[in-house]
Structure formats: C-alpha cells, structure tokens
Design a protein around this ligand. Structure first.
Ligand SMILES: NC(=O)c1ccc[n+]([C@@H]2O[C@H](COP(=O)([O-])OP(=O)(O)OC[C@H]3O[C@@H](n4cnc5c(N)ncnc54)[C@H](O)[C@@H]3O)[C@@H](O)[C@H]2O)c1
Length: 270
C-alpha cells in the first residue's frame, strides 16, 4: 500500500522497543512511504539490540540513544539528526510512556510522588522538551508535523490507568499549546492520536489489560484499532495531505470515544 506519501521527508521516531511497539510499525510504514529516518530510544531500552534489527529494515537508519527526560541527550539527538539528514526535520513521532507507579502496583490514591514526577516527566514533559529543543535549534522545516500518542483516560476515568491518565492530560495540553507557538512561527503542526488499547509492552503493563481489551473491542463499532492502523494514521498526519490539522486530539479507536452503551456489552448483564 505504498504511495510515496513521505517521499523526501525526514523524521525522528521515538519509542520502538520491539516489534509490538506502535513506533516500530510507524517506522516500517514511514520507510515504505519513502521517508528517511533516525530511530531513538532510552539507552536502557536499547540493550537487547532489537532496535538495530528495525534500523536494518528501514534503510539502515541511524540509532541514536537519548533519554527523553534529558535535555542534553535530546539536544545531541536533534543536532546529530539534522547533520545526518543534511537538513531540517519534517516529522517527529513521540511514542513514549512509562509510569513507575503502574509498574510497581501503587494505587492512584497513594502514589510514590517521586515516581509520579517521573511518570509526568517521561510520558508528557518529554514532549515539551523535544519541541522546545527543536524550536530553539530551529530544526524543523516549515509545514513539519509532530504526533504524540495518547489515551482516552486523559478525558474519562479508567481507574487502572493510574497516574498515566494525568500524564496524558498534560501531554495533550502541551500538544495544543506548543502547537500554537510552533504553528505561528513555522507552520509546524502538533497533534495527539488517542489510540485503542493495543497489546504492546507498555499497554500490557496496565492492570486487567486483557479483560479491558475485550471490553473496548465490544464497545467500538469498528472494533479496536490495531497498531498497523495507528501507523497508517500517523503517516497521513506526517504527509502533506493534512497540512491544516493541528492542536487536535484525534481519536483512532474504532468509534469507542463516541459510545455510551453497546448492546453487545449490556447483554452480559441480562
Ligand atoms: N498500547 C496501548 O494500549 C496504548 C494505547 C494508547 C496509547 N498508547 C501510547 O503509545 C505510546 C507507545 O507505547 P506502546 O504501546 O507502543 O508501548 P512500548 O512499550 O512498545 O513503547 C513505549 C516506549 O517508551 C520508551 N521509553 C520509556 N521511557 C523512556 C525514556 N525515558 N526516554 C525515551 N523513551 C522512553 C520505551 O523504551 C518504549 O520504547 C505510549 O505513549 C503509550 O502510552 C499505548
């Protein structure tokens, strides 16, 4: 299904941990569509070396380690990427999320607040840092596009999503607010995609994930959107076909966000 929608475009993909990662699928699709890529992840997440396998599949893309909370790492990443591309960046995928409180089973009402800060820093403020450095370094081409991945727990309560819900609310706000500044200066658009629950390493870390996946699937008229579909949507947003879409939270969820009640679910209570 390749249409060279990203021909000549250059992008940085954050967050490909393994072949289940949404970012992994986005990198593969972006390559198919003619983009040149730089891959990045936290150095600790690269120790298994799986990202090198992806790099080989997407045109020997350079892999540059960067902790997304560390401004020095991010500055080096942006500088090395523009040097590699021999020019500015056209698109960035922020596909990063982690909560120590979720990982260690702390209840929402009783978090470890140091971990809570880390949740916000890794999962949300990191987007601000990436954008801030790209903005300062003037590293993005006019009409560039930035996409960050989010979840509907930013707007509605999903108790087991824990402090990640607060992080996603912040992430979506950063996309809107930075979208204003970057839009005015460089016509760079910034959006979040609110994705269905998807079986990945981060997704499966949420308590009761399997039951929830089935519930969301039945609540969604089209069923849960899969990672491949999410990658397709990212490609559309990186392409020139969506140049005036910005500062939006875009649901990619098979219709889940608009549902109140689904008979398929209610019948379990009759
Ligand atoms: N899987 C789902 O159900 C689902 C649903 C909606 C949104 N999302 C979002 O999609 C995004 C990608 O997650 P995924 O489901 O593909 O899982 P994943 O576990 O494959 O990806 C999460 C990535 O975040 C990276 N990361 C963690 N800490 C980092 C740091 N300090 N610096 C740089 N990178 C760091 C990890 O190394 C990993 O590559 C996340 O923002 C997640 O919240 C996932």
């Amino acid at each position: 299904m390749a249409n060279q929608l990203l021909k000549g475009k250059k992008g940085i993909i954050f967050g490909a941990l393994n072949n289940m990662s949404i970012a992994w699928k986005v990198a593969e699709r972006a390559h198919e569509e003619g983009a040149q890529l730089v891959l990045t992840n936290a150095p600790v997440a690269m120790r298994m070396g799986e990202i090198n396998e992806l790099a080989a599949r997407v045109g020997q893309a350079p892999v540059i380690g960067a902790d997304a909370t560390n401004e020095q790492d991010l500055t080096r990443l942006i500088q090395e990427s523009t040097a590699h591309f021999g020019g500015k960046i056209d698109f960035i995928l922020h596909s990063i999320g982690m909560s120590p409180n979720v990982r260690k089973g702390r209840h929402y009402t009783e978090p470890n607040y140091e971990w809570y800060k880390q949740t916000l820093d890794i999962s949300a403020t990191s987007l601000h840092k990436v954008l801030g450095i790209a903005y300062r370094e003037n590293a993005m081409n006019d009409w560039g596009s930035v996409v960050a991945l989010t979840y509907i727990a930013a707007q509605r309560v999903f108790p087991d999503y824990n402090d990640m819900a607060d992080a996603k609310a912040l992430l979506e706000s950063i996309a809107r607010n930075f979208g204003y500044h970057y839009g005015v200066r460089n016509k760079v658009r910034i959006n979040t995609i609110s994705q269905s629950p998807t079986r990945t390493t981060a997704g499966s870390g949420v308590k009761g994930f399997d039951g929830f996946l089935g519930y969301a699937d039945q609540m969604s008229p089209l069923g849960n959107a899969d990672a491949g579909g999410c990658a397709d949507y990212c490609i559309a947003l990186f392409s020139d076909l969506t140049r005036f879409v910005t500062m939006q939270n875009l649901f990619h969820d098979g219709g889940f966000a608009s549902m109140g009640v689904a008979p398929e679910v209610v019948k379990n209570f009759e």
